[in-house]
Every structure is written in structure tokens, then in C-alpha cells.
Design a protein around this ligand. Sequence first.
Ligand SMILES: *Cc1c(COP(=O)(O)O)cnc(C)c1O
Length: 405
Amino acid sequence: MKLVAKRLDVVEPSPTLAITAKANQLKASGLDVVGFGAGEPDFDTPSHIKEAAKKAMDAGKTKYTPVSGTPSLKEAIIQKFQKENGLKYEKNQIIVGTGGKQVIYNFFLATLNPGDEVIIPAPYWVSYADIVRLAEGTPVIIETNIKNGFKITPQELKSAITKKTKVFIFNSPSNPTGAAYTRKDVEALVSILENEDIITVSDDIYEKIIYDNLEFVNPAMISEKMKEKTFIVNGVSKAYSMTGWRIGYGAGHPEIVKNMDTMQGQSTSNASSISQAAAEAALTGDQKPVADMLKAFDERRKLIVGLLREIPGIECRMPEGAFYAFPYLTDIYKLPGFQKLAQEKQETSKSKLFCDVLLEKYNVACVPGIAFGDDQAIRLSYALGEADIKKGVARIKQMVEDLSK
Ligand SMILES: *Cc1c(COP(=O)(O)O)cnc(C)c1O
């Protein structure tokens, strides 16, 4: 009996989730593991949001809602776009889904035809390429690296565009690099995109996690013409520490939203009614918890980057946003101890080899850069306390010292 559909041939299990699972397994066996793997904030969901969920349950909001979200949550989302981004949307341009991930998934299933090309700057969030392939599209990767600040140029974008290009994915601040595009950077990309028949998907999930008062700018905010061609994805997971509640939303052309609604209506239907009430409270309520989380992340950011930079051979950019450090290990890979390991283990990915040994021998979990399309790097999430950050980076330093021998 054949148990697996061919469609799965093009999909990899999420490596971030795999690392977290392995780290948890080691922890459960009694080991003291430091986990830099997780892609979620470690803070609890603010209490006023939890209260709103309890109230919704008690008020009987426990039934199906419209597939694309409750009218009142959509209204809160419209207000958010108007107030924070200067963008005006109607209700038929908004869709609420089970996490930003499902919104992205439904977007691609609703828009792509076989062979349509989707431009994805690397390093990229692990799910983009897999979702595009599942939807029978072809990912077209534009490489960036630490030297150019992990940002693509308008020229690079232009040369990646072909007759088959359907979508360009823009993610700023970025997971995994933490790099954020400035208004000037975004304007330069828009000068190309405005004149092309391409939809830009702007993944704004890290909008609120941006440091040093850097202005958050997405392509739709640059011009009305660009707004027409942009589909925005956002959600409450990262900003309000609500990953488990599973609420994301999208905004864009009514025709796209209508087809996503059809897709969603034949798969999951509405996102959880209780979570929708909680998300509404998150968007409309007190924003101080967001500021408090940002402050804590900022301190950890400076701590972890400072400590990583003290390790000889490691090169690390100060990220402008999100909660990830993405250090380059290019010089570490040249160390005699590492070369010996590479020969012994027969592992072709250097970042995977480094992370495997780091987890097994030093009990520190990081995600190999190869998962994001960049084998020179590893990703460390700093969504954990300062004591753990210090302990974890000290162990990485120890591993590097051992490899130098
Ligand atoms: C976390 C994340 C998302 C979506 O997360 P959800 O929990 O599904 O809302 C989307 N894009 C990026 C880049 C992310 O890191």
C-alpha cells in the first residue's frame, strides 16, 4: 500500500520545530540544555488578552464565525492599518486565518499556477519555499550575505524577474537575519515593483520588534499604486507573545481575499472564535506590554551579539529587528578540529554539522543556517533569559576553543 502522496516529495519538515523537539527530548532525559532554537517569544501572553478570551467563552462566543473572521476583529485590523501604517482597507480586503503561516499558505494556494515563479530573498523563513513548492510554484532565490547586510538591491530584484514571476516575498524585519529595510531601501525596491505585473507579499510579522526607533516601512506604505499590488501578512504571534493562539491576518486585493476565503472555507473554516476575541483585545488594548517586551529583547540583543563577537572567528551583525542573531562561522569552518569532524561525520552541510555537535556534546540548541538557505551561519533566537544567554554562548565559545586545538 502506498501511504504517502507525491505532493509531499517537495516538502521538508520544519527544521526549527525538529531542533526544538530534539532539544526538548534531551531536556526530558535530565540534561541541562540551552535552547536558542525556538522561533517564539518566551513571555507570557499579557493578562488583559487572556481576560478577553475568558470573557468571550463566558459570553458564549464558542461557535463558528464567518470564515474570514468576525466583523469586529476585522474592524480592529482595519483600524490598526489606518492608525499605524496609514493604509486604508475595506472589510472585503481583510482575511483572518489560523496564524500568519496559514494566511501565507492560503495566499499561495489561491494565487499560484504550476510553474509560476516566486522570488524569495535568502536567507529566508523556512516555510516560504516549501509552501510555494506545495502550491506547485517555483521558488527563485536571490542570495544576500552578511557583507551586504542581508538586503537585496533593486538591480538584483530586477534581474530575478522573468515573464513567469508572479510573486515577490518581502520580509522586514527578517527571520532569520533580523535585518530591516529602511524607508529608502523600500522605496528603491518599489521603484522596480511598481512597474511590474507582480504581487508583493509583505510579511510584517516582526513589525513591532524593531530597535533603535527605526521606522517600520512596508512596500504598500510607499504609494497607492504599490498598495494595490501588495498583499500584507501580519499576526499577533510575535508582537503579543501569542504563538499558541494561532491568529494571523492578511490584507490586499478583494479578489485575492475572496479566493482565499473559498480555500479556507474548504479546509479549516474560521480561526478559533475565542482566539479571535483575544486578538481583538491585543490590537485594541493597552500596548505597554509590547513596549516592555521590546525593551527586554533589546537588552538581550546587545548582550548576545556582544558575547558572540568575543568568540574568535565569529562575525555577527547587530540585527535591527526580530529576536534572532545570525552569526557567520566562515572562519570556524576552517579550524583544524572542524575539518577533522567534517571528514569523520560525512556531513555535507557545515552549519548542520556544527549545530549537531553543539547540541549533542555541548547541549546548546541552534538552528543551522542551511535551513534558511545560508550554510555560513547559524541562527540563535534570544527569546530566553540573560543567564541562559550567557551560559549558552559560553558553551559555544568552549566548542570553538576545542575545535581550535
Ligand atoms: C513566526 C513567523 C510567521 C507566522 O507565525 P504564525 O504563528 O503562524 O502567525 C510568519 N513569518 C515569519 C517570518 C515568522 O517568523
